[in-house]
Design a protein around this ligand. Structure first.
Ligand SMILES: CC(=O)N[C@H]1[C@@H](OP(=O)(O)OP(=O)(O)OC[C@H]2O[C@@H](n3ccc(=O)[nH]c3=O)[C@H](O)[C@@H]2O)O[C@H](CO)[C@@H](O)[C@@H]1O
Ligand SMILES: C=C(OP(=O)(O)O)C(=O)O
Length: 422
């Protein structure tokens, strides 16, 4: 078990580079197998979700080679083997193998996906999409068996705006016969990234990034090279951390337009955010206004930044309300922030945060990925030393976290603790 220690109270200053997007990478890696040839992905983040996904593809017979931030996936010899629980359960995004295997082999036998425990994470809209394309679903020994004699393009209306379902249907539909139209599709930048890769592989996808996506199925896809978009959630986390410490940080290698909802909220709090071509410059101060936040599908405020910004709001003057409309129970970080001196009340799908409180270091646990990010930010703000367990959650989504924060002046370190067996 590893622990992260942070000695708080340092202003972050300097410049950091953002890595490729986790939530793109974990969709692009399975998308690559549709080629049945070599696909090279660049700007791949060094995170555990990527490592586990690479192992899953290797277990299925693909050759996966990683070289710094580049990954080569040759799926020529891959087979339609069952994918039992185990590694599949370690990731939420393993569910993209449903669409990808269905598109490549017409069949997927797969355990149930895992990922952060944010409350229920249903996949009914994915299933609805596969069935509309002609697939049949059955449950066998704890696995889902999805099978299609032939995938036929169809119209799919999503009852809820879902990133996962939009991508999964896109993956299967690009090998279906005829045209598929996804209505009420999600519009996240990661969806455009997946469509860009698939189109480079020879697919015909139009409208990604809007709420109607049109996919003309093709007989064959082939290899290509693709660079992953920057991680807007990692970037947002560092923007918040910079402000939370009253720091002055340039966050490089990003697409500032992807950050607009966060930038607007930080400015509303009285934080200076200057946009450059592919960077943002965040200049904090010591007086912040309280604000209200409601998470929404893109371009709304991302659910993934709701937890990190809660830590910052403990330093604002007045009471802020954060409402999560995507994952109503995504508030496990709150009780750990309480242990550090925050005043937060969780009411239904909202957290009411009373500022302006001074945080103090304590022993806390990252219960999920972005809860971990919230605690890291709190640790950077706090007086004294914060000890964070559950670090493996943080490692799912933040490449070189300590290196990046230490380069900005943070004092932090990681320790391995030996588990005794009695
Ligand atoms: C729209 C949205 O903000 N999506 C976020 C969501 O994506 P993720 O892909 O996890 O979730 P979806 O976008 O698929 O789901 C959005 C909402 O729809 C519901 N749903 C989803 C699929 C389904 O079949 N049935 C169903 O009811 C979910 O429970 C959730 O309330 O979490 C990711 C990780 O935190 C974020 O990066 C995504 O930006
Ligand atoms: C919750 C997240 O990841 P996952 O959906 O992969 O669990 C996240 O990226 O914030």
């Amino acid at each position: 078990m590893e622990k992260l220690f942070i000695e708080g109270g340092r202003k972050l200053t300097g410049r950091i580079q953002i890595s490729g997007a986790k939530n793109s990478a974990v969709a692009l890696i399975p998308a690559a197998i549709l080629a049945g040839a070599e696909v090279v992905l660049e700007n791949v983040p060094d995170i555990s979700d990527v490592h586990i996904y690479s192992e899953i593809l290797q277990d299925l017979g693909a050759v996966v080679e990683q070289d710094n931030d580049m990954i080569r996936i040759d799926s020529t010899r891959m087979e339609a083997r069952p994918m039992p629980n185990g590694k599949i359960k370690e990731l939420r995004a393993s569910y993209y193998l449903m669409g990808a295997m269905l598109g490549r082999f017409g069949e997927a036998i797969i355990g149930m996906p895992g990922g952060c425990n944010l409350g229920p994470r249903p996949i009914d809209q994915h299933v609805k999409g596969f069935e509309a394309l002609g697939a049949r679903m059955s449950h066998e020994h704890g696995s889902l068996h999805i099978q299609a004699k032939e995938l036929i393009g169809s119209k799919v209306y999503l009852d809820v705006v879902s990133v996962g379902a939009t991508i999964n249907i896109m993956l299967a539909a690009c090998r279906a016969k005829g045209k598929t139209i996804i209505e009420n599709a999600a519009k996240e930048p990661e969806i455009i990234d997946v469509a860009t890769l698939l189109n480079a592989m020879g697919a015909s996808i139009k409208g990604a990034g809007t709420d109607v996506i049109r996919i003309e199925g093709v007989e064959k896809l082939s290899g290509c090279r693709h660079s992953i978009i920057p991680d807007r959630i990692e970037a947002g986390t560092y923007m918040i951390a910079a402000a939370a410490t009253g720091g002055d940080v340039v966050i490089d290698n990003i697409i500032p337009r992807h950050m607009e909802s966060l930038t607007a909220k930080l400015r509303e709090m009285n934080i200076r955010v200057e946009e450059e071509d592919d960077a943002v410059h965040v200049i904090g101060c010591d007086t912040y206004e309280a604000i209200d936040i409601k998470t929404l599908p893109y371009p709304g405020f991302p659910t993934d930044l709701q937890q990190p910004i809660t830590s910052l709001l403990t330093a604002a003057n007045g009471t802020s309300i954060v409402t999560d409309n995507i994952y109503h129970a995504r508030f496990k970080h709150a009780e750990h922030l309480l242990n550090m001196g925050a005043k937060i009340k969780v009411e239904g799908r909202s957290a009411v945060i009373e500022g302006k409180t001074s945080l103090v270091g304590g022993k806390v646990m990252a219960t999920d990925l972005r809860a971990g990010a919230a605690l890291v930010i709190a640790g950077l703000m706090a007086n004294g030393i914060t000890e964070i367990t559950g670090v493996h959650h943080i490692d799912r989504g933040y490449a070189e976290l300590e290196e990046k924060l230490k380069s900005l002046g943070a004092v932090m370190w990681r320790e391995k603790s030996i588990q005794r067996a009695y």
